[in-house]
Design a protein around this ligand. Sequence first.
Ligand code: MOS
Length: 693
Amino acid sequence: MAQTRLEGRDKVTGAARYAVEFPADDVTYGWAVPASVTRGRITRIDAAPALAVPGVLDVLHHGHAPRLAPGVDATLFLLQDPSVHYRGELIAVVVAETLEAAREGARLVRIDYDAEAHSTVLTEHHPGLYRPDKVNPGYPPDTADGDFDAGYAAAEIRVDATYRTPAYHNNPMEPHATTAQWQDGRLLVHDSNQGSSPVQATVAELFGLPTEAVRVITEHVGGGFGSKGITKAPVVLAALAARQVGRPVRLALTRQQLFGPIGYRTPTIQRVRLGADIDGRISAVCHDAISQTSTIHEFAEQTAVYTRSMYAGRHRRTTHRLVRLDVPTPFWMRAPGECPGAYALESAMDELATACGVDPVELRIRNDPAVDPEQGQPFSSRNLVACLREGARRFGWAGRDPRPGVRRDGRWLVGTGVAGSSYPARARAAAATATAAPDGTFEVRINATDIGTGARTALWQVAADALAVPGDRVTIRIGDSALPPAGVAGGSMGTASWSWAVIRACEGLRDRIPAGGTVPAEGLTVEVSTADEIRAQPARPRYAYGAHFVEVRVDVDTGEIRLNRMLGVFAAGRIVNPTTARSQFIGGMTMGVSMALHEEGLLDERYGDWVNHDFATYHISACADVERIEAYWLPEEDRELNPAGVKGIGEIGIVGSAAAVTNAVHHATGIRVRDLPVRLDKLLDRLPHADSA
Ligand code: MOS
């Protein structure tokens, strides 16, 4: 049922409080100081000029910061030693009575280094390339089935293309931010993250505390997109600083500090080879993916995993290689792996369609596998073809002239593109309680996190349904590690995982309340965990699917690209709340447009850092960049998933969407750009000029 957000009014009136907006007595402010060398050691920190600023209380650094337990996560082992692993690493915190004093102090801290030579550029010839033992979140790095080389050599039609994607930077509106306060050896933090139960556990371990001595409250979050998926620097820095000065500390990263220290989507170099017969039936598929990690922690993006299950083909191979560079550790960004991987495969599919002379929608339908092509198992449900057909119908795809570069609308070249999409449908264990009160009201408690998606509202709807009572009799409580523990809002698993526990708790409560019976004065509570039930689920390929359709126009003289319209159709199980679901779909699609046309971390090799690290220089698609965007979904019932029947919708919108845009640019211009983003300068000298037309 369509439902606006429960907290919508609070958010638009400013009543909703975010991590650094909670009151704290005698609060102070922290400002992080970044390293200005790429690799080396701090030899001296002169804090005197900073400490001379009125209101500055301390300049916290490795020399005197409280000690953390090593071994938890090297990226969180902050202010513990003088080594510098990447430019921008947060190496000191200035604590002051006011935000302004902290900022001024941070500017005045003098740091000397012994700098060392660095390597920060990913290339396919880097001598440090290696095969990781596994790729996220635990897949084998390489897979092979059949004989790719022989199958490819024997194919009538062959596509061999290499695609490149740059670093992408997550930019939630609310930066990573924390208010930390110690009370009698216990730590209370208000923190912006995607799951406060895991943050509680990590912080407790880092500070050598029992888990229950740490409480993490995450009531509202202004976006995360993966970047807040685990504990990040601010909570550690704020807790260290608060312990040091003996007062609460608020610490928010600056916009500039998001470009690196919080992670970013790794650049990729992806070679895709497709062998097919003249009708486009794929016989051989190979996807070789290269990405980067840092020197302190291995992050292995699962870039080629998408290709393992998406399209048919007897002979198959996928590989992943990594390089350890002197860079910040890459991290999750909306559909990590699937998003860059689908860009490459769905682009190669378009190239194959052109090479075979087969319509790109039809090509995908022809190569829809009956069972998972690597696992050999049937899918729990697979409605890619239905998405392609419904999308083609709504978009008006039929009768499309396949020839590139021939449609004109005045000075604009016009083209259309399509891409498939899929994302795993998974769930994690969670606990929840449901309480009935004698007055006929209910309270459901679970440490779910609403990062702006509408999760709170969806769970409230699910709870009311499961209790079979009107929503106004149900209160949902989320966003506090003191509630029953649950996993993160990530991997598009939030609603599936949390609603599972909520439904079981509510069902349990209904079973316990006798028909027409009364609830005891003290109330009645049922507590559940879904751990056993989830563990007992048979392994099975479970995915959501989608299809993107895009129309672009390209200025024939300037190469300016405009998106006329974009349409996505998804099959993602049951949609709990159409209002917020639509926002998830079109948000993901827009992020794909941004990837195709705008976003690009530009690395300066000399400094080993990105030169564009603000909204003036790192471009992100805005409303004006998308003239018409529509998302639809197919009714889909999949009883094998979870009690709510949901597949998850947070990430599928971005998967494949960049390829749909670049495929449309190719159709408009005849120019195939294989390194994102498609900037106009990459088209300019290859465009047919207006006066020659
Ligand atoms: Mo999403 S990148 O799994 O938070």
